[in-house]
Each structure stands twice: as C-alpha cells, then as structure tokens.
Design a protein around this ligand. Structure first.
Ligand code: ASP
Length: 323
C-alpha cells in the first residue's frame, strides 16, 4: 500500500496525518516552517514549553533504530505538555508475532492520540493511518527509502534560516540518493518552496530511477555537481538497504564522493553544508568539513525539535475544530 492512497487531510482541509511532503502545498509547508521557527531558541536559553497538548498522548513506535528523530519527537511532545510512550516494537510485540495493527489498536484503546511511526517497510505508516479511529493522527518518522517528512521540513527550515529565500538557490544533494528517504522528502520540500537549481549527485549505482526527482539535474561528477551551489546536502550510504554486491568500497567512495575542504571550495564561498546524520566521517564527509565553519549540521538537530513541535501542534490544534 502506498501513502498516496491515504488522504493526509481531514474533510475541512486541515492536516490530520503527515506521511509525506509530496502533496503538500507551498502555503502548508510555509505555515509549518513559520510555526517551527517560533519554537527555535538559541542554545543556552530555556526551550519553549506550553500546554497545547495537555491531555494528549503521543506514542513513538519505532521498528528501526533512531537517535535524533525519536528523542526529538519525545522532547517536542513533552514540551507541548503531552504524555509520551516509547515503544521499540522489534524488542516487544513483533518478537511475539503481534502484527503492527494489533499493536496500534492496543495503543488506541489506551487513549493514544498520535502515533509516530518509523518502519523499514514501505507502506506501514499509510496502513496504520488507514485503520485508526478518526481522532487519531499518524506521523511518519521515516518510512523505508520512501519518506521522512519531518526531516524534509527541518532541512528546509535550516536552509531558510541561512539563506532567507529559496528562489535563486542552487542546492546539491550528494550521495546515496537511491536509498535515501531524506533525499526524497527534502527534494519535495525544496521543489515546492521554489528552488530552481536542484541537483542530485551520486555514482550511477546510487542514482534513483527516473522519473523520480523530476526537474533535478543529475551528476555523477562531484565537481560538476558542487559548482557554485549555495547548499550542499550530504547523505549517508544506507548499507542496511543494499545487498553486499552493491556496497561501494569505503576508501574509493571517499576519493570520488567524499566532501573535503578542497571539494567544498567549488561551491559558493558562503555555501552551507548539511547532513541528516548519522555521519560516516571519512566516507561521505571529512571531519574538517563536518565540524567546519560552513557546517550547519548541529542547527539541523536543533531545528528537528522545533519542526516536530510545529507538526504535533498543527495536527492536534486543527483536530479540535474538525472533529
Ligand atoms: N537519520 C536519517 C534517516 O533516518 C538519515 C540516515 O539514517 O542516514 O533516514
């Protein structure tokens, strides 16, 4: 089942689920980014808190490992006053053979209002969204190689903070595009927000099939792909989604596609460097670059909490008026 078969919106047009950015309008994405920006605080300042989600229960159901996404969904929900439960499904129910939907029905009976789902199988968030009660929202926290909508939003927010406008920007997404849900969601966000020069850069084996990434220019040469870009987004080699035969040799990969300070100098002098993490230092990115002055990788992490607060507040805030 694909997520396209589940409508993310309620009948009144408000957002109920967030499974993909693909069909969101520019106005919807900008509304979420504006809301997220209102939750951003400088490091060292106390984080914003409110009781917007008081009485709401959020469950994090993760069947794939996660550090930043799970922690930031948990902090986002708690900072808005929700109750939160975390389930590592592979360690509990799945081992006993319980199906995802049975777990979901159990959580629903326990008055869970928002299910945050990460799964290695395509279609699981949509399956859950298609089967929960009308007051329940489903948020994807990463679906196979297909989609990672809150990551796409936090990437867009990070670019907006540093570059102000999307029009006129050149953005290169570099690395294992074929297996990357981050690349897909960020591409959808950037395209909808009006980025004209979008480039994907990868060795042929890690390039996605056409017509995916429609409108992007495709580059197998890193030098050509980086020339004069404003934003370089590096991606991790997704070993868990490849067979042994497809695995590139790490040393050779770094020589051809690793982002070093010399390579970065092909981009504009004020270009920013992004990475969704976890990073393979010395494979897709040199430590000098990851920790260098052009890196905004830690801003991305900070923005993740703000974006997840915005999405939670949006789907629950509009629920009261719609149900
Ligand atoms: N953390 C991101 C994801 O879940 C990126 C990655 O794992 O490489 O897709």
């Amino acid at each position: 089942m694909s997520e396209a078969q589940v409508d993310q919106r309620r009948k009144d047009g408000t957002l109920r689920h967030l499974l993909t950015l693909e069909h969101l309008s520019r106005a919807e994405i900008e509304r979420l980014l504006n809301k997220a920006q209102s939750f951003v605080r400088p490091l060292g300042a106390p984080p914003p808190t409110s009781n917007t989600l008081a009485g709401v229960t959020v469950a994090n159901l993760f069947t794939e490992p996660s550090t930043r996404t799970r922690v930031s969904f948990e902090l986002a929900a708690k900072r808005l006053g929700a109750d939160v439960v975390n389930l590592e499904v592979q360690l509990s129910s799945r081992v006993k053979g319980e199906s995802m939907l049975d777990t979901v029905y159990t959580l629903q009976s326990l008055h869970v209002d928002v299910m945050v789902i990460r799964d290695a199988e395509a279609g699981v968030p949509a399956l859950v969204a298609g089967n929960v009660a009308p007051h329940v929202s489903v948020l994807s926290a990463g679906e196979a190689h297909v989609s990672h909508p809150t990551q796409g939003l936090l990437d867009a927010l990070t670019v907006r903070q540093h570059k102000k406008r999307f029009e006129g920007l050149a953005i290169a997404i570099v690395g294992d595009i074929r297996h990357s849900r981050v690349a897909r969601s960020s591409f959808h966000a950037f395209r909808t927000l009006g980025v004209a020069d979008l480039r994907i850069v990868a060795p042929a084996v890690l390039m996605p099939e056409e017509p995916e990434f429609e409108g992007c220019s495709r580059h197998t040469s890193l030098a050509a792909g980086l020339k004069d870009v404003d934003v370089v987004m590096m991606l991790r080699i997704q070993k868990e989604r490849m067979g042994q035969a497809d695995l590139p040799d790490a040393d050779r990969y770094f020589v051809q596609y690793g982002l070093t300070p010399e390579r970065l100098s092909l981009a504009r002098p004020d270009a920013i460097v992004m990475h969704p993490q976890p990073m393979n230092r010395g494979i897709e990115i040199a430590s000098d670059v990851a920790d260098g002055r052009q890196s905004v990788i830690r801003d991305q992490v900070r923005n993740g909490v703000a974006v997840r607060m915005a999405v939670l507040a949006d789907v629950i805030g509009s629920r009261s008026s719609a149900t």
